[in-house]
Ligand binder design. Structure first.
Ligand code: SF4
Length: 338
C-alpha cells in the first residue's frame, strides 16, 4: 500500500466506531454489532477507491438533509450509508419523514453510543480513584465516584492532595502508583458491574477530582456509552469556560458546585487563584436549569466568618440559585506550592 493510501486509511478508520482495520469482526465487539462493523468496513473500502456508491450517499445527504447534532463528527457519507441500510432493513413502510425520525433515534441509541477509534485513543484520562457503592453522598441513589487527576485551584485545605501530583514517574513513561490511564470505554467496562444498583436506585456515576470539567471530552464520550438512565453527576468548582459548560450540559444530570466563597478576596486567599466565580455562575445560569445545580458554600476555618457565608448565600439566591447547602471544611494545611 502506498504511504498516502495508508494515511488515508488510518484517517478513515479513526472516524469509525466498530471497525478498526480487522479482517474479521473482533471478539471485543459488543454483542450484535457485527453488522455495524461490516458497514464501516465497506465505507472505508468504498471511500478509499472512490466507489460510485459513494455518489449515492452524497445524494442522500442532500435529499434527506442529513446533518450532525450535538458535537457528533460522524462523516455524513457514513450516516447516509447507515440510513440506507436502516431503510432497507425496516422495509421503509412508514412515510419518509417518520422513518427519518425513527432512524435518528436508532442512530443515537445504537450507533453513537460507542466512541470513535480516535476518541478512544485521544480521551484516555488519568484517574486516581474509583470508589463504588456510595449512598447519599453524591446526590441520589447508589453511585460510583470517579476521581480525575489535575485541578486549576490550589485550595489551602485540599482533600485530594494527590490530584496535584505528577502523573508519571521521573522516567516520564511509568504511571505513578494508584493512577490509571483509562479511556471512556475502559472505564465503562469497569463500572458497569454496578449497573443493577444504578438502575434500581436512580444512581450512576459521579465525576470528581481534581477538577472534572478539565475532562469534558472524556465525560461526554462516557455519557454516550453508558445507559441513558444512569445519572451523571459532577462535583466541581466550576472553574471552567462557557464552552466547557455548554459541552457538558446535555450529558450531566446534576452539578454539585463547591463555590468556596463569593468574596473575591477570600477566594483568592483560599485557592491561590483569582476569582471568576461571578462569570462562571453567569455561564451556569444561561446553560443549566437551576434545579440541576446544588451549590455548596463552605465554612472555611481562618478564612470565612459566619457573616461571609451568609453574604455568599444571599448573593447566590439573588442570582437565581435555590439549591444551596452549607458545609464545613476541616483545617489541614495541604496547599501544593509547586
Ligand atoms: S477544587 Fe480545591 S479542594 Fe478541590 S481538588 Fe481542586 S484544589 Fe483540591
Amino acid at each position: 500500500m502506498k504511504p498516502c493510501d495508508l494515511t488515508q486509511r488510518q484517517f478513515l478508520q479513526s472516524q469509525c466506531r466498530y471497525y478498526n482495520g480487522e479482517s474479521e469482526p473482533p471478539r471485543s465487539l459488543p454483542e450484535g454489532c457485527d453488522l455495524m462493523w461490516g458497514y464501516e468496513r465497506n465505507w472505508v473500502l468504498w471511500s478509499l477507491k472512490n466507489d460510485p456508491v459513494m455518489e449515492q450517499f452524497q445524494r442522500m445527504i442532500e435529499e434527506f438533509h442529513l446533518e450532525n447534532k450535538d458535537g457528533d463528527k460522524t462523516p455524513l457519507t457514513m450516516k447516509a450509508l447507515l440510513l440506507n441500510r436502516y431503510l432497507h432493513w425496516s422495509g421503509a413502510y412508514a412515510p419518509i419523514e417518520e422513518a427519518l425520525k425513527h432512524f435518528e433515534k436508532w442512530y443515537m441509541d445504537h450507533y453513537l453510543i460507542r466512541s470513535t477509534n480516535e476518541e478512544r485513543k485521544a480521551y484516555a484520562s488519568p484517574i486516581f480513584g474509583i470508589s463504588r457503592h456510595r449512598m447519599g453522598v453524591d446526590g441520589k441513589g447508589v453511585t460510583t465516584l470517579v476521581t480525575f487527576m489535575g485541578c486549576p485551584l490550589k485550595c489551602r485545605y485540599c482533600l485530594n492532595k494527590q490530584c496535584h501530583e505528577d502523573i508519571y514517574e521521573e522516567d516520564g513513561r511509568t504511571l505513578r502508583r494508584g493512577i490509571q490511564m483509562l479511556t471512556p470505554q475502559q472505564l465503562y467496562d469497569i463500572v458497569k458491574q454496578d449497573n443493577i444498583y444504578f438502575q434500581a436506585t436512580g444512581g450512576g456515576i459521579c465525576f470528581g477530582g481534581g477538577e472534572p470539567t478539565l475532562q469534558a471530552q472524556f465525560i461526554t464520550a462516557f455519557a454516550r456509552l453508558c445507559p441513558k438512565n444512569w445519572k451523571i453527576t459532577l462535583e466541581t468548582s466550576l472553574h471552567c469556560s462557557f464552552d466547557t459548560i455548554r459541552t457538558l450540559a446535555p450529558h450531566v444530570d446534576e452539578w454539585i458546585v463547591d463555590i468556596k466563597s463569593m468574596n473575591a478576596d477570600i477566594y483568592y486567599r483560599y485557592t491561590g487563584t483569582n476569582s471568576a466565580v461571578h462569570q462562571h455562575l453567569e455561564c451556569a445560569k444561561k446553560l443549566l436549569s437551576p434545579d440541576k445545580v446544588t451549590i455548596k458554600v463552605p465554612h472555611i476555618p481562618d478564612f470565612t466568618t459566619e457573616e461571609d457565608v451568609r453574604e455568599s448565600i444571599k448573593e447566590l439566591r439573588e442570582l437565581g440559585f435555590h439549591n444551596i447547602v452549607e458545609c464545613n471544611y476541616t483545617k489541614q494545611e495541604t496547599r501544593i506550592t509547586k
